[in-house]
Design a protein around this ligand. Sequence first.
Ligand code: PA5
Length: 445
Amino acid sequence: MISLNIEKTLGFISKENVFAYETQVKAAQEALENGTGKGNDFLGWLHLPSSITKEHLADLKATAQVLRENCEAVVVAGIGGSYLGARAVIEALSNSFAWLQDKKSGPVILYAGHNIGEDYLYELTEYLKDKKFGVINISKSGTTTETALAFRLLKKQCEDQRGKEMAKKVIVAVTDAKKGAARVTADNEGYKSFIIPDNVGGRFSVLTPVGLLPIAVAGFDIEKLVAGAAAMEKACGKDVPFAENPAAIYAATRNELYKNGKKIEILVNFNPKLHYVSEWWKQLYGESEGKENKGIFPASVDFSTDLHSMGQWIQEGERTIYETVISVEKTQYSLQVPSDEANLDGLNFLAGKHVDEVNKMAELGTQLAHVDGGVPNMRIVIPALNEESLGGLLYFFEKACGISGYLLGVNPFNQPGVEAYKKNMFALLNKPGYEEESKAIQARL
Ligand code: PA5
């Protein structure tokens, strides 16, 4: 189970003021439970962990097995909420060098549809040229340009390389039950497909097939992931007292920090495998709270790597930031620093220590230095990088995000601002139906 410690924010804000949010948090929790708050048609994530059935997981695992047996590589095509959750979990659990190993325990998982990089897509299609590959096409709307474009390329390549029959077996769609081009294609082609529930938005969808299918294809235990999330659903439930509810405390603390001029939250890890958890978290909080000219700016760093780039700014730059550190209690493997007779590097004082002991002291030293430098610090500890912990961590952040958005007074479940760039891009590309916008935008150039 994860734990949250806010002690090192208390020189900057008072515990009393954090606890003063108790009534508001209760109201936010009730609004979520009763569906009476803003965006109440997107609350399907709230009790998702405890409502996922064994049959659903078995169906996902069976489909994953088909891809694992028939593919050397599987491309997850999706953007934003339609890929970040899967990538966060897969990268956190995968061997960092799995990619380069000759003996692979399953298909290599690759990503597309999250950018419009011609070189990226070219290089991907080149890499796949001699591979038996499959595709998971993930799009709730089924019409997202980045994903649709990548899928068009990949579908053709898969059919050309593997034949129509095999392509049908190794292309899977995760999309809306009825709407969108991805649904139409899946139905017309006879692909196996999974539904993204109407009431679950992209950034809250990691525990739907959007996240679960790719995670299962990568060989990880989705039952344990869901069990970890379900345990956290309980721990963050509406009847858990404020002081014992990590989602409530996190939501209240960050809002109190924001009120006190701390406009930027930096999510910190000391484990490179958590990089994509931060990317997922940035979308969750950025898209949920950044509206109506309000919202904490979610940033992230990977330490100790970024202590050698962003460390200076964090230590001595403008004092508008606070940090939330995700600390992993136990490593998966054990590696000790060897002793060296010549000791030319002067590191014999570390001989016999585990590398993680050095990392933990970097973590503690950094926390103290940053607090001394005027940066409030919260700490989330997870026992290990495994499915249960990650499931719990993801749900904890989702629940806290729902509460926090309501404390801020915004609708945490919409993203109206995302449309602006799309409208301009379609106008510039002369998409049918955008004739007026095309004229208007051309006049501005
Ligand atoms: O959180 C969201 O709603 C977005 O990030 C979407 O997931 C993203 O834009 C992809 O949309 P779609 O799944 O419709 O392709």
